[in-house]
Design a protein around this ligand. Structure first.
Ligand code: GLY
Length: 370
């Protein structure tokens, strides 16, 4: 059966939902085609850190994009709460990035110099100073950076709120609807096909996470996104041993308001296999008490894995696809899909709604891979 919408978004992860929500707010009719369940892949698995400084190794367009998105978060979640009725705010005093040896300490000190210039707070602390504000930290931590602006949200809750807000704005989210092909005419995609339906739309957005590459191939465009598995687990400990997110070279600990500590994450090339492994879990269980020794006594809660959508340069792919007049990319967010959701929604919606592209989109175009 042939149906229609102004914009067809492929993928109902946090990125597809964010683009759809932004478009729906502008009065555009949107359909999302999701091969499985909304938010069931990387978005639902993510620890939910908003950490543009900690996730970058140098200044540049990625940090600027991340900071711009971080600054959008307060309005983004306030509007989400209003439209979905769900509270997504996560109370967090910020993030402590810890160094356990001289080499890591030097890297933190070097990074601190460019971090200071970004306008976000990044305070260098001695190990002793860090333990004063977070007494559960290991005595082996020699230096730490405190970033009070780097918060965290519970990502499954964010995704649920976004899906609800989208639905209330009339966005149809069609689950279990993998895309099977396109009907094209010249430099335009006219129809998107699923197993059961044919969708006509004026614009198409590819937000297929780790699965975006195959969609690009149908259009002859290189979207080099591949899956990097992240295994992640949660522990329970009362009283909560940390208040800050603790981030290190080897992994991170994210304290949730319900008393869980999320421990992440491995980074592995394992195709599309999302099964946690003994080695992955062992790594995380060793790493957690190395940062916070009392976690040895924590109770094991659960383990899961997600597939980060990684590009060769680890930067997202945003904006109009080369050679196509109505197909837009919103994929390849690698470790930062949660952080970059608001700015991606804004930038990709603008690329559809306006002749003037978002000013930050240029370094992230798919053209760089053609
Ligand atoms: N953003 C953290 C991770 O991907 O593990």
């Amino acid at each position: 059966m042939t149906k229609s919408a102004d914009v067809i978004v492929i993928g109902a992860g946090i990125i597809g939902l964010s683009v759809a929500w932004r478009l729906a707010k502008a009065g555009v009719s949107v359909i999302i085609l999701e091969q499985g369940q909304a938010g069931a892949q990387a978005s639902g698995a993510a620890a939910g850190m908003l950490a543009p400084l900690s996730e970058a190794d140098k200044p540049g367009p990625f940090v600027e994009l991340g900071i711009a998105s971080l600054r959008m978060y307060p309005d983004f979640v306030a509007s989400l709460k209003e439209e979905s009725g769900l509270e997504t705010e996560c109370v967090s005093p910020g993030l402590l990035r810890a160094a356990l040896n001289a080499e890591e300490a030097e890297a933190l000190q070097t990074a601190n110099r460019w971090q200071q210039a970004t306008g976000l707070k990044a305070v260098l602390l001695s190990g002793e100073e860090a333990r004063k504000i977070e007494p559960g930290l290991s005595p082996d931590i020699v230096v730490a950076t405190l970033s009070p602006d780097e918060k965290q949200y519970e990502s499954p809750r964010l995704v649920r709120a976004l899906a609800l807000a989208c639905a209330r704005r009339g966005v149809q989210i069609i689950e279990n609807a993998p895309v099977t092909g396109f009907q094209t005419f010249g430099d335009r995609v006219e129809q998107v096909r699923t197993l059961t339906d044919v969708w006509e739309g004026s614009s198409v957005v590819i937000a297929g996470g780790a699965w975006s590459k195959a969609i690009g191939e149908w259009l002859g465009v290189n979207l080099p996104v591949s899956p990097i598995r992240g295994q992640i687990l949660s522990l329970r400990a009362l009283p909560p041993p940390i208040r800050y997110t603790v981030y290190s070279h080897a992994g991170y600990l994210v304290p949730r308001p319900d008393g869980r500590i999320v421990v992440g994450a491995t980074a592995e090339e394992a195709g599309f296999d999302v099964r946690p492994t003994a080695g992955g879990v062992a790594h995380l269980l060793m790493m957690a008490p190395a940062l916070v020794p009392s976690l040895k006594e924590a109770v094991f809660d659960s383990v899961w894995a997600g597939l980060r959508p990684a590009t060769p340069d680890r930067l997202p792919i945003l904006g109009l696809l080369p050679g196509w007049r109505n197909v837009h990319a919103a994929c390849g967010h690698f470790r930062n899909g949660i952080l970059l959701a608001p700015i991606t929604g804004e930038a990709v919606a603008l690329s559809i709604l306006s002749p003037d592209p978002h000013p930050m989109i240029e370094p992230f175009r798919a053209d760089r891979f053609q």
